[in-house]
Design a protein around this ligand. Structure first.
Ligand code: NAD
Length: 512
């Protein structure tokens, strides 16, 4: 029965055929085409979901506009209370939703549970934040004046998400946006829409139980064409988009053309520098999970290892030997380490990248290949592989969303940092060293140019408490912790005169 997935789907209110456009508890029937979502784990159909039409989108936006007028006036701590209840509803459904994420996306059940835990954590964070949306006060240069700033809700936040974190990315955005007073319209990846339906049911039940209007949490379904409704729509002041750099450039351009705001979370090309002072046990474990975890389909997956020449052979051999112990198979079966790629297109991309690195002169350390036979019928299971490569190779400069690790040598740390930064992307990075000077140089302004820089932990994965995102072609956006909430609000500076005079700023005289 595939680890109880059928029962989990039932409890999550997923039917064989589902409507896809929702403003909360209301679902709009478009009589339109359907997307079929199949599991990369076994190739079986999970469910079908209807694609949103332009008319359904218009109805959704109109409901969202109405809801915003109500929601923005509710005190932020009361909005936090709703988010607290959503966190509790997620706790109740953690196993079911984690299982669905694992089955639909292909990540291990443990990682599916971890993704739902991340949603719960961001709910908790947002509840606290709902009492901490602080503005500053300033001293006015004019006598008898007071100056301060306040943060107001923006309006409708459009969320476009990628397949690899099919539920967490939505929660990073919505939970903050909701306590900030915004309403949200979510277009999930067309490769993992069923997990999104499940989230919508969970959130909608809480809004209903609290007698809140339709339109605070909306869902639209489809591919890039439906995503474009959001990016081109001036009624959507912020579009938060997670996915490939190619997508981010298109969304950023469309939103920029109407001078809207975009928050872009795009591809990475993450490296670990392993110095001669590294604790190699930690370095190898960190590199291994970073490179093969989630079958190399995390934006923070480790793609490159830049290894000091004195430890190069040891790291290479120990990693190669660890790769032989990896067990690849059904992600719901907890004895497996590595699940499938998302679909057969991703398998083609993986095979193409292996051809390219070989053609550019890369040397095979651990061979790749597609797995066949019992348990691998979906055609999406591949072998994690390692190549010795040069940083300037075209394929190394490019993010391949698959478990391919490129390794290279260095002799001076400055050279390693140059290689490290010598790619178009700038998401996550790490140095493995027990030497304080090396660590601090890596974290300094002359070190890693990424949004995330770690010491003695790998590149992969992050906690919700910090701001998450990256530089350069990773898009510059920040989500989740720290003060990332500011992206979801508009800042207003207020000056109040409590005197009978009207002095101008900068001492300007204008007397008649
Ligand atoms: P993708 O770019 O193919 O799709 C992402 C989303 O964008 C989907 O919902 C898709 O329908 C939509 N989309 C595509 N083109 C669009 C357009 N022109 N207008 C509007 N919407 C459009 O990405 P994917 O394959 O689902 O995900 C993998 C990518 O996501 C990788 O590059 C990965 O690094 C990146 N990613 C980044 C982060 C991060 O936080 N930086 C997190 C997760 C994934």
């Amino acid at each position: 029965d595939n680890f109880g997935i059928k029962e989990a789907l039932q409890r999550l209110q997923i039917k064989d055929e589902n409507l896809g456009t929702s403003t909360g508890n209301d679902w709009i029937d478009t009589n339109g085409e359907y997307i079929t979502s199949s599991s990369p784990a076994d190739g079986a159909v999970i469910a079908k979901v209807q694609v949103s039409s332009r008319e359904a989108y218009e109805q959704t936006i109109s409901k969202a506009e109405d809801a915003f007028k109500v929601w923005r006036k509710m005190p932020a701590p009361q909005r936090g209370e709703i988010v607290r209840q959503i966190g509790n509803a997620l706790r109740e459904r953690k196993e079911d939703l984690g299982k669905l994420v694992s089955y639909e996306m292909g990540k291990s059940y443990q990682e599916g549970l971890g993704e739902v835990q991340e949603m719960i954590d961001i709910c908790d964070f947002a509840v606290g934040l709902s009492r901490q949306l602080y503005g500053l006060t300033m001293h006015s240069e004019r006598p008898g004046h007071r100056m301060y700033e306040q943060w107001h809700a923006l309006g409708i936040v459009g969320i476009i998400s990628a397949f690899n974190f099919p539920v967490a990315v939505w929660s990073w955005n919505t939970m903050l946006a909701w306590v900030c007073g915004d309403v949200c319209v979510w277009k999930p990846s067309e490769k993992a829409p069923i997990s999104a339906l499940a989230c919508q049911h969970i959130a909608a039940s809480v809004f209903k139980a609290n007698d809140l209007p339709e339109g605070i949490s909306s869902l639209i379904i489809g591919d890039y064409k439906v995503g474009e409704y959001l990016s081109h729509d001036p009624r959507v002041p912020l579009v938060s988009a997670t996915g490939s750099t190619r997508m981010g450039k298109l969304v950023g351009e469309a939103v920029g053309a109407r001078l809207g705001r975009s928050l872009l979370e795009l591809g990475g090309n993450n490296a670990i520098i392993i110095t001669e002072n590294a604790d190699l046990d930690i370095a190898i474990r960190g590199a291994l999970f970073g490179a093969v975890g989630t079958c190399g389909q995390r934006c923070t997956s480790t793609r490159r290892l830049i290894i000091h020449e004195s430890v190069y052979d040891e790291v290479k051999n120990r990693l190669a030997s660890a790769y032989t112990k990896l067990v690849i198979g059904n992600p719901l079966d907890e004895k497996n380490h590595v699940g499938p790629l998302i679909d057969k297109d991703a398998v083609e991309g993986y095979l193409g990248a292996i051809e390219k690195v070989k053609a550019e002169g890369g040397k095979e350390v651990v061979a790749g290949g597609v797995l066949e036979g019992e348990g691998y019928e979906s055609g999406c299971y591949v072998k994690p592989c390692i190549y010795e490569a040069e940083n300037h190779f075209q394929i190394v400069q490019h993010e391949t969303f698959a478990p391919i690790l490129y390794i290279m040598k260095y002799s001076q740390l400055e050279e390693a940092i140059q290689k490290h930064n010598g790619v178009p992307q700038g998401l996550s990075s790490a140095i493995m060293t027990t030497n304080m000077r090396e660590a601090e140089l890596f974290l300094s302004v002359a070190g890693s140019d990424c949004g995330i820089a770690n010491v003695n932990i790998g590149t992969s994965g992050a906690e919700i408490g910090g701001a998450f995102g990256g530089e350069k072609e990773t898009g510059g956006g920040r989500e989740s912790g720290s003060d990332a909430w500011k992206a979801y609000m508009r800042r207003q500076t207020n000056t109040i005169n409590y005197t009978t005079e009207l002095p101008l700023a900068q001492g300007i005289k204008f007397d008649i």
